[in-house]
Ligand binder design. Structure first.
Ligand SMILES: [Zn+2]
Length: 428
């Protein structure tokens, strides 16, 4: 076979081949510093990081579906070749990648797609440890409905009860349009539905959250604790869990709230692991939304840091503005009762955490956390420990400790929810 074919075979991954050509080297061409791919069912994200703001163009082609991205003045011999290895065969959206050098210093990336997508490309300014980034998000043309996700996350777990948001979806799947007709007629007498707990594992994808001295990432630890918590909830009659993120990808703060509201969550628990400049800071703490300002300087500082997640995790500016406007409206609507309920929920979780962990603060602190702004769902944010404290980082790395923390959060939730759980009414 011709030599170029042989080389192509060697360089090409199972997913695609590298288009070889004689590189036209430009001394000023930018090197790609890093390439990251975050595949998820919600959407797959591809991030290119480089020294300078990147000029790009893209087009979407059909038959077969492809996304073509042209990068101006980029060195094809830089990290961009990593892309071939980083796209995995089980990526829900990308079937293969090709990278080639074109005339005029253009590097062309062709993403062969498994299904039509709604692409969103945008650049992000340097923030935290990142330099300039180009982000390409491949969303499905019909966004995944969180109710369907809830259904799948709980498939076969528990029988559905009539007055349940999922019942309409199942009915619709079997007989499209039936749920609309159903809504038009008087509903049957409500039967108590399963209590839904929204578990929000903080950060994810581009946003690692806090990083411990041994390199432990908050996003990984909190996802593990969340998975433990989900299992405990699954085993509990009358309760079911919904996870706002199930893997290592970024979900915007606004989307976390929207998802929880869409599944009519009864409570919302955001799970984090704190960091502080002093490695001595230790202990668990529980936070709630305080619309009237932070309860302490530390709480305000923490809320500001957690709210920066969208900048680091990467959200289009338009979405950030839309979210902020939506949240401002929501905050105005925040009822006193929700604040009281969040406080009560926080107290129960804090009391339960006291059994397994040292507490950083003995009372529920308040500040302006964006992720706690669902107007109608009692919401708390749990900082499970300080990942910046070497002892606590070690503990967070232990599956045993993570189970204990999850069990404590579960005990607090159950205590709070007891009056609403089926069969528990009399004990309220
Ligand atoms: Zn966090």
């Amino acid at each position: 076979m011709p030599e170029s074919d042989a080389r192509r075979r060697v360089l090409g991954s199972a997913l695609g081949s590298l288009l070889l050509s004689v590189p036209v080297r430009d001394a000023r061409a930018d090197r790609i510093l890093a390439v990251r791919v975050w595949p998820a069912r919600d959407y797959t994200r591809l991030t290119l990081e480089l020294d300078r703001p990147l000029k790009y163009r893209y087009s979407l082609l059909g038959d077969p579906h492809r996304l073509v991205i042209d990068l101006e003045n980029v060195d094809v011999d830089g990290g961009i070749r990593d892309l071939l290895a980083k796209v995995k065969p089980d990526d829900p959206y990308i079937a293969g990648v090709r990278v080639g050098q074109r005339r005029g210093g253009i590097v062309r990336i062709v993403l062969d797609l498994k299904q039509p997508v709604e692409p969103q490309l945008f650049v992000l300014d340097p923030v935290a440890r990142y330099s300039h980034r180009l982000v390409a998000d491949l969303h499905p043309t019909v966004p995944t409905d969180p109710l369907v996700t809830l259904l799948e996350q709980n498939a076969g777990d528990k029988p559905l009860i009539v007055d349940d948001p999922l019942a309409a979806i199942i009915q619709d799947k079997n007989a499209p349009g039936a749920s609309l007709a159903r809504n038009a007629t008087p509903r049957p007498a409500p039967i108590r539905r399963l209590v839904t707990v929204a578990i929000d594992a903080g950060h994810g994808g581009e946003d690692p959250g806090a990083v411990g001295r041994r390199g432990t990432l908050e996003k990984d630890v909190v996802l593990a604790i969340s998975a433990e918590l989900r299992q405990l909830i699954r085993n509990e009659p009358g309760m079911r869990a919904f996870m706002t993120r199930e893997g290592d990808y970024y979900v915007s703060l606004g989307d976390r709230v929207r998802k929880a509201r869409r599944v009519s969550a009864d409570v919302f628990v955001s799970i984090h692991a704190d960091a502080f400049v002093s490695p001595q800071a230790r202990g668990a703490s529980v936070y709630m939304l305080s619309p009237r300002g932070a309860s302490s300087t530390a709480a305000r500082w923490l809320a500001r840091r957690e709210n920066k997640a969208d900048l680091i995790g990467g959200v289009q500016i338009a979405e950030r503005v839309r979210d902020r406007m939506a949240r401002e409206v929501l905050v105005d609507m925040t009822a006193r009762s929700k604040i009281d309920e969040s406080h009560r929920l926080g107290r129960r979780v804090l009391t339960a955490l006291d059994q397994v962990a040292e507490l950083h603060k003995r009372s529920v602190e308040g500040a302006g956390f964006s992720v706690l702004k669902a107007p109608d769902i009692p919401s708390v944010l749990v900082e499970t420990a300080f990942i910046s404290n070497p002892d606590e980082e070690r503990r967070l790395m232990s599956p045993h400790y993570r189970r204990q923390v999850a069990a404590a959060i579960f005990a607090g939730l159950k205590d709070y929810l007891r009056p609403t759980l089926p069969g528990q009414e009399r004990r309220a």
